[in-house]
Design a protein around this ligand. Structure first.
Ligand code: ADP
Ligand code: MG
Length: 339
């Protein structure tokens, strides 16, 4: 038997491999694997379905992740995928895998966070599953949502000259995680030390309590603007922009000086000796929306406080960063290389 190591394929290679083995049989399946959510024709609207799984030790560390925040975040990241289709989430199911280290009070706390998210995003918890887990705590959430058929935004609709926009600052969640990891090491070395996080509150908040940008979806709708393409930033701007470009058959030019990076992110980048641009491009977990609009629509949204134009789409398939120093660098899914 041939044996191929998983890392030769990577996550996206593996998903493509799975996708290539299936064809959809049902006319209601409008979009299957390959976007932020699946799209199902349910009559006068499209229903959207998305799912995410979070593993202890991979996606979160219980030593610095309050379960209330974990519950909230597990919901928010799914709502964000529904928003990325220009849709509004309505229902969730929650599946938990429990080790015997978890107490009833801890599960109560997780569900407090889930409930808080259900209130703030106006979604209903409609079911789930509960099981024992041999590999730590697991939370998996599936969300459904709806969108008018003529308002759906896929990853594949970007056109040359469309304006590329992002809905908030980038790289903060990455440094929030670095700060938490650093404080954990300090604590492990000397348990009498208390973490010093006040200055980094903004960054830590971004990793522990991300918000799905449903506000943007409502505002775009009120302004009558439908993005020509959209995705949410879970893996980092670079990776998500490459999805839009590959699926749309276009390239992009992003301006380094337009990348929204907060002062505290800049400061912390210096502290950790990491380029803030690398963190903004590849840090991930920002959960901002990345979308394109036609130039003629840009006038309608240019005064929205949280819509920041960072570049434009090109006929040429290259995906590039225009550097402050002059010249360009190719944007790669991981890291970025000077030309
Ligand atoms: P996102 O980052 O927006 O959550 P992913 O990169 O997780 O998106 O997934 C991309 C696409 O691949 C989605 O359509 C998702 O449903 C699909 N997908 C991911 N993993 C699998 C899998 N194991 N089997 C089938 N489809 C999958
Ligand atoms: Mg997504």
């Amino acid at each position: 038997m041939e044996r191929t190591e998983l890392n030769t394929l990577g996550e996206f290679g593996l998903i493509d491999r799975i996708k290539s083995k299936f064809t959809n049989k049902n006319a209601e399946t409008i979009k299957g694997i390959g976007d932020d959510a699946a799209v199902i024709d349910v009559g006068d609207k499209y229903m959207l379905v998305t799912t995410d799984i979070l593993f202890e030790g991979i996606h979160f560390d219980l030593s610095y992740t309050p379960l209330r925040h974990l519950g909230y975040k597990a919901v928010a990241v799914n709502i964000s995928d529904i928003a990325a289709m220009n849709g509004i989430a309505k229902q969730i199911t929650v599946t938990i895998g429990l080790s015997n280290r978890i107490s009833v009070e801890a599960i109560d706390e997780l569900y407090e966070g889930i409930k808080f998210a259900c209130e703030s995003y106006n979604v209903d918890l409609i079911g789930g599953d509960t099981s024992a887990s041999a590999s730590g705590f697991v939370v998996s959430i599936t969300a459904t949502g709806f969108v008018d058929k003529d308002k759906i935004a896929y990853r594949n609709g970007a056109k040359p000259n469309d304006i590329l926009c992002v809905t908030g600052d980038l790289g903060a969640a990455y440094f929030g995680l670095q700060v938490l990891e650093r404080e954990k090491q300090v604590y492990l070395a000397n348990p009498s030390m208390q973490p010093e996080l006040t200055e980094k509150e903004y960054l830590v908040g971004k990793i522990l309590k991300p918000e799905a940008r449903t506000d943007i979806i409502h505002e775009l709708n009120e302004l009558g603007v439908i993005p020509s393409s959209m995705i949410d930033i879970s893996d980092g701007l670079a990776s998500e922009l490459l999805h839009i470009c590959t699926q749309s058959g276009v390239g992009a030019m992003v301006f380094e000086d337009k990348l929204p990076i907060e002062d505290i992110t800049m400061l912390t980048a210096t502290e950790f000796n990491v380029s803030p641009i690398t963190a903004a491009l590849n840090g991930g977990e920002d959960y901002q929306l990345l979308f394109t609009v036609k130039q003629s629509d840009f006038d309608k949204i240019k005064n929205m406080s949280d819509v920041l134009p960072i570049g434009y789409m090109t006929q040429d398939k290259a995906v590039q960063l225009a550097l402050n120093s002059g010249g360009t660098a190719a944007i790669k899914a991981q890291g970025w290389n000077h030309l």
